[in-house]
Design a protein around this ligand. Sequence first.
Ligand code: SAM
Length: 220
Amino acid sequence: MTPERYAKIMRVLAQRQPTLSVLMDEVNKPHNFSAVLRTCDAVGVLRAHAVPPKSGSLPTYEATSGSAHKWVEVQTHKEIVGAVRQLQAAGFQVLATHLSEQSMDYRQPDYTRPTAVLLGAEKWGVSDEAARAADHNIVIPMLGMVQSLNVSVAAATILFEAQRQRLTAGMYAQPQLEAAELARLAFEWSYPELAPLYRERGERYPAMDAAGQIVRGDEL
Ligand code: SAM
């Protein structure tokens, strides 16, 4: 761990946005799933949510993600409406991307509020049931011949609007993470090979000094 690497980790964590997320509903192509995670990392999403495709596990694909899956935790859910309700209970407005004339322009919502963007599967999109459960439906206006964008392109378009609004509101200028979570993540990102050993042994992570070096005998 070099001091420069540690400084970068701390800079990134200081800008993470625990109140901005995506909820992917059975996005099944690995390159799309990973491209969404890569955008999440770029805009500062702390944790993404996903209902895995019926066929099995999460479709991560490292070649595209630039290792984004290492920096954006993915919380899985069994089914989509339950996931929407859970996020709403945690205080998030859920904005379902829905290709409908009734949906509002994606630039209209206030993304400085705790927000999760619901993204649909490549083939089916967001189900009517999930769209109804969401707080609002949003759409990126399509003025060409094709009906829809690639899901990762849609995710990027919307998340960078959220980033723009949050930058304007100063939400990247001060840490949004609680101090304890920031310290936990700082250790896990700095020492990814050591962190699981501490967890397996049921031990607390050690403290680190300002250069990211482990302080023996001191715990977080
Ligand atoms: N036939 C599907 C439908 O009618 O929804 C198309 C799905 S599209 C290829 C996959 C996902 O990309 C959508 O569920 C949505 O999350 C996102 N998406 C694509 N185009 C979009 C747009 N114009 N506005 C908002 N989201 C869009």
